[in-house]
Design a protein around this ligand. Structure first.
Ligand code: AHG
Ligand code: MN
Ligand code: MN
Length: 327
């Protein structure tokens, strides 16, 4: 039996990285316990305010954010944090060598209905040690991430982590409160017949994405020549977990539903960490055409269209977009 602590100590990672991962996953244990108590812990419902992106905050969005912020502020290796729920990045320890970005609670709309939610995190190097970190220090492409992962609070709590080119999964043992390794070297099949998209936005998509979904729905009778099946958790963390477990395609594409929003998901603490996990597991991750991990960010809260999962399906979507652009 391999615990997370043992796994981290036996891999050649920097002690700083191991320590920050231990802090984030430690908070994950607390969030997991709170979720298990549910309504009895008075954690459900609205917090009564909005975040910087104009979204209603749930009590648990705020609570998870504060727990992560407090724990990381005390970690001497953490130079600063950026969160979905914070307007600006918060400096932590000037001598720290790492920056941590997170979506404290992904899938907020699932909280009150007892469905899966998660925490997503991304760890970047800090280049200006000795000085307090600022927003601009976080604006690094996803290919610079030193580690990334998520905690999925589902029927059990699972940690997916990528560090040193490997993707691993741990399950939180409720008896010992330890993360135990359940899967080493996670790999995704290149082909799939399962896809996830919020199809109610169909009329807002671009033509190639509409064509792609039309083809999947046509199934055996259409150009794809086989049937496809939809699965949608309504929390990216759940959909990505399914893809790491058995392949699949997840997309939250470009849409015109809201002016000035390129897509719904945020590049730095949703798309980048998930893209690193998926690519390292042999899958693909693009904004429909370009590799997400190569996007140079201009804002810590910027949004990006996301297409990720089984490699051949991600490539198929890219082809449709490239052909359409050339017409
Ligand atoms: P968050 O709860 O952190 O705001 O993110 C929710 C995201 C993502 O997890 C999911 O894929 C998507 O929103 C679902 O959105 P809709 O149900 O509104 O399409
Ligand atoms: Mn989210
Ligand atoms: Mn969130």
């Amino acid at each position: 039996m391999t615990t997370l602590a043992h796994y981290l100590n036996t891999n050649a990672n920097s002690p700083a990285l191991n320590d920050v991962i231990t802090t984030v996953t430690g908070v994950g244990k607390t969030i997991s316990q709170l979720l298990r108590k549910g309504a009895l812990a008075d954690i459900l419902g609205e917090a009564g305010n909005q975040n910087v992106q104009g979204e209603e905050q749930k009590k648990l969005d705020v609570l998870a954010n504060d727990l992560l912020l407090d724990a990381l502020a005390k970690n001497t290796h953490c130079a600063g944090v950026a969160s979905e729920e914070l307007d600006d990045a918060t400096p932590a320890n000037a001598d720290g060598s790492l920056l941590v970005l997170f979506d404290p609670l992904d899938g907020s709309s699932n909280i009150d209905i007892n469905m899966a939610v998660g925490t997503i995190f991304s760890i970047l190097p800090y280049q200006r040690q000795g000085q307090l970190s600022e927003n601009s220090d976080f604006l690094q492409a996803g290919n610079q991430q030193l580690a990334a992962g998520y905690l999925l609070y589902g029927t059990s709590t699972v940690l997916a982590l990528t560090i040193a080119n490997n993707v691993v999964m741990f399950s939180l043992d409720p008896d010992t409160n330890d993360y135990i390794l359940i899967e080493d070297n996670v790999q995704i099949d290149a082909d799939t017949s399962e896809y996830a998209i919020n199809a109610s936005n169909y009329r807002y998509w671009r033509a190639p994405m509409q064509q792609y979904i039309d083809e999947l729905i046509a199934g055996e009778a259409g150009v794809r020549g086989r049937d496809f099946n939809t699965r949608w958790v309504a929390a990216m963390v759940g959909d990505v977990h399914r893809i790491l477990c058995r392949g699949g395609l997840f997309t939250y594409p470009f849409d015109t539903k809201y002016a000035n929003k390129a897509g719904k998901l945020r590049l730095m603490y949703e798309a980048n960490p998930m893209s690193l996990l998926i690519e390292r597991a042999g899958g693909g991750a693009t904004d429909a055409v370009n590799r997400i991990l190569d996007i140079e960010p201009t804002d810590i809260h910027q949004r990006v269209p996301v297409v990720l999962g089984s490699k051949n399906e991600v490539a198929y979507i890219k082809d449709l977009h490239v052909k359409h652009a050339g017409q």
